[in-house]
Design a protein around this ligand. Structure first.
Ligand code: AKG
Length: 276
C-alpha cells in the first residue's frame, strides 16, 4: 500500500492540503468509474442532481453510499486510504464518516463554492480530513479543486451553503447553518494564497476539514470530471450535533452524547490503526 512521504505529511500539516500522486491502485479507479455510470443513470438516496439525464451542464453529487454499495465499501476498507488519512493527521486510529461522489459533466457552469467542510458536519476536532480521489483527468483551469494555503489554522468557522441548490429541492438544514460568511475569494483571488493541482485518474488530494476549498464548474467541452471524496475521523474528533449540519448522520442514528468520541462502530467503523 502507498505510504505518505515526510514532505506530504508536512504539506498537509502546514498548508492544510497535500497532493498525492498515484494515491491508489488503478483498479480502484476502474471500479469507481463503473459506479459513476451506474449512479448517474439511477441516482439513489442523498443524490443532488442539477440537471437530471443531461450529458452537458450537469453537476451531480451523491453521498453516503457505503452502507449499501459494495464498490464503495471495498474501496473504504481495502484501498489503503484510511492509512493515508492516519499518517497525514498523525492519528492512531482512523474511523470512516462518509463517501461523496462528485461529477461535473462537460460544460457544467456550476462551481463548487469556496467552503470549509467542518461546519457542514456534526463534529469538532482537528483530526478530521477528506481524501478527494480523481477518477478522471482534469486541470486547475478546467475543473480541479483549489485550496487556500494555511486556512485550516486561521481559526475561522465558515457558514455552509448548499452546493448546486435548486428551488425545487429544498435543503432546509442549511438555512440554520452556523458560522461567518466565506469571504469573496473569487473577486479577490490575488489576496489569497491559492493552491491547485492538475490531476490524473488515481491521484488524490488530502485536506483538513478546516481548509477553505472550492472548484470551478467544468470548462471542458468533452471531458467528464468525476471524483470521490471520503471523509475520515481521527483521535481528537468529537460528536457535536448542532442545527444546520448535513443530516446523513444525525442524533437518531448514533448512541453518542455531545462531546463523545465517535466510537459507534457500525456508524463510524474503524478502518485503520497505527499499530496494525
Ligand atoms: O469536487 C468538488 O468540486 C468539490 C469537492 C469538495 O468540496 C470536497 O470533497 O469537500
Amino acid at each position: 500500500m502507498r505510504q505518505l512521504t515526510e514532505q506530504e505529511i508536512s504539506d498537509f500539516q502546514t498548508d492544510g492540503v497535500a497532493f498525492l500522486p498515484a494515491a491508489v491502485e488503478s483498479h480502484w479507479v476502474e471500479r469507481l468509474l463503473h459506479l459513476v455510470d451506474e449512479t448517474l443513470t439511477a441516482p439513489g438516496e442523498w443524490a443532488n442532481d442539477g440537471n437530471p439525464g443531461a450529458e452537458r451542464n450537469r453537476m451531480f453529487t451523491q453521498r453516503y453510499m457505503w452502507q449499501h454499495n459494495a464498490t464503495i465499501r471495498d474501496y473504504i476498507f481495502q484501498s489503503g486510504c484510511a492509512g493515508l488519512a492516519g499518517q497525514a493527521m498523525g492519528s492512531e486510529t482512523v474511523r470512516f464518516y462518509f463517501d461523496h461522489l462528485l461529477v461535473k459533466e462537460p460544460e457544467t457552469t456550476a462551481a463548487t463554492p469556496w467552503h470549509q467542510d467542518i461546519p457542514y458536519w456534526p463534529f469538532k476536532g482537528y483530526q478530521v480530513c477528506s481524501i478527494w480521489l480523481a477518477l478522471t483527468e482534469t486541470t486547475v483551469a478546467e475543473s480541479a479543486m483549489e485550496f487556500i494555503r494555511g486556512s485550516h489554522l486561521d481559526g475561522n468557522y465558515y457558514r455552509p451553503e448548499v452546493f448546486n441548490a435548486r428551488e425545487d429541492h429544498p435543503n432546509a438544514w442549511a438555512e440554520e447553518a452556523q458560522g461567518t460568511p466565506v469571504p469573496d475569494i473569487e473577486a479577490n483571488r490575488d489576496a489569497f494564497d491559492i493552491l491547485g493541482y492538475d490531476v490524473q485518474p488515481g491521484d488524490a488530494v488530502i485536506f483538513s476539514a478546516w481548509t477553505l476549498h472550492g472548484a470551478p464548474g467544468n470548462g471542458s467541452s468533452s471531458r467528464r470530471r468525476a471524483a470521490l471524496s471520503t471523509r475520515w475521523l481521527g483521535d481528537d474528533a468529537v460528536w457535536w450535533p448542532h442545527a444546520g449540519t448535513d443530516p446523513i448522520v444525525s442524533e437518531e442514528h448514533v448512541s453518542l452524547k455531545p462531546g463523545d468520541y465517535p466510537g459507534d462502530d457500525t456508524v463510524f467503523p474503524v478502518i485503520w490503526r497505527q499499530d496494525l
